[in-house]
Design a protein around this ligand. Structure first.
Ligand code: NAD
Ligand code: UDP
Length: 335
């Protein structure tokens, strides 16, 4: 017999909660008995990600933009804020770069003011992009990065860097209890088929038998973290007051070239697709791999899912999405 989950009494605000990572975080918080206020303006989210939660007794949804302060009444008994609101895929965040920058900076400031007023901790979903095209490898949190401040990626990279600045200034100036997670490339079910990131692109192309679009010959590297590992890291980080002093890298330190990723996707899907070489987008980082020793020491956290293991359910998710059976799976909470 299944035991009913005891409500914890804690209530978390999850901004960006209808997106890929945010919706999985909402699921996990609810599963451990917390209450969740999910805030999203659906800029890059998908209503299907939270459709199954709308009738959950401990889940509420607020359709709002973090660029403006959230209504205090809706937030008044919150115990913590996870700030994930921001488009994460390069095509998404470059579509309206000014709004992306606004979301990162004004969103961070509004939510920090809220955390300050309510005296609650706040976690920022920062990114490995703050290291830019890194000259140190793997990247440790002390590394200050190599970002082009006027390039096409700057709205995201510099927006997230400015948000980190605000977080640490609010901690120093006003005593706000902060956490900063520097998230490295994360993938899994509920990525959008058209969001333009490499894992979703390659799987969808392979399943459709289309050409695999390798940018720059696929020689650049990334380190891919499965969504369950990442969400576990975010929850441990929020629950670790000792982690307030500095940013924490969260990612899988297994590093692959993009060409290797393409080969694995082709093998796992059994696809006849062929790789085609396209130009590398400007400022595309040549290498990326997290040093996770700080997360290991502070949180006792390290990823448990290998790339091959995590790609299997991700491919199943996209296969169901493409043949139209995902709605059934999502109502059952399978994705
Ligand atoms: P996503 O695009 O799927 O989710 C972002 C969510 O934020 C969407 O639901 C979107 O509608 C919402 N949003 C955007 N602007 C908003 C605004 N102004 N007000 C309210 N809601 C807004 O992206 P994701 O992959 O789930 O990423 C979540 C967070 O994690 C982002 O902050 C991203 O920068 C960070 N991150 C993700 C990765 C990754 O690999 N997935 C890596 C590094 C950092
Ligand atoms: N990439 C690629 N083909 C695609 C999409 C992306 O070769 O269809 C490359 C991209 O140039 C980058 C890497 O894959 O080097 C990761 O891209 P993604 O957009 O997923 O994340 P980010 O660049 O933000 O790490």
């Amino acid at each position: 017999m299944k035991h009913a989950i005891q409500p914890s009494g804690r209530r978390f605000i999850v901004t960006g909660g209808a997106g890929f990572l945010g919706s999985h975080l909402c699921d996990r918080l609810l599963a451990r008995g917390d209450r969740v206020l999910c805030v999203d303006n659906m800029r890059s989210g998908d209503p299907r990600n939270i459709a199954g939660l709308l009738r959950h007794p401990r889940f509420e949804f607020l359709d709002a933009d973090v660029v403006v302060p959230l209504p205090r009444l809706a937030c008044r008994d919150a115990d913590g804020i996870f700030n994930l609101a921001c488009p994460a895929s390069p095509p998404d965040y470059q579509r309206d770069p000014v709004q992306t920058f606004r979301t990162s900076v004004l969103g961070a400031m509004n939510l920090l003011e809220l955390a300050r007023a309510l005296r609650i901790p706040i976690l920022q979903a920062s990114t490995s992009e703050i290291y830019g095209d890194p000259e140190q490898h793997p990247q440790r949190e002390e590394y200050r990065g190599n970002v082009n401040p006027i390039g096409l990626r700057a709205c995201y990279d510099e927006g997230k860097r400015a948000a980190e600045t605000l977080f640490f200034d609010y901690a120093r100036s006003y005593g706000v209890e902060i956490r900063v997670a520097r998230i490295f490339n994360t993938y899994g079910p509920r990525m959008r088929a058209d969001d333009g990131r490499v894992v979703s692109n390659f799987i969808v192309q392979a399943l459709r038998g289309e050409d695999i679009t390798l940018y720059g010959g696929g020689r650049q590297t990334r380190s891919f973290c499965y969504r369950d590992d990442l969400v576990e890291g975010l929850i441990r980080l929020m629950d670790c007051p000792e982690a307030a002093a500095a940013p924490v890298n969260l990612g899988n330190p297994e590093e692959f070239t993009i060409a290797e990723l393409a080969a694995i996707v082709l093998e796992l899907t059994g696809s006849p697709s062929r790789c085609v070489d396209l130009p590398l987008p400007s400022d595309d980082p040549r290498q990326r791999c997290p040093d996770i020793s700080r997360a290991e020491a502070l949180l006792g956290w390290r990823p448990t899912v290998s790339l091959r293991e995590g790609l299997v359910p991700t491919i199943e998710f996209f296969a169901a999405l493409l043949d139209g059976t995902d709605g059934v799976n999502r109502r059952r909470g399978a994705a």
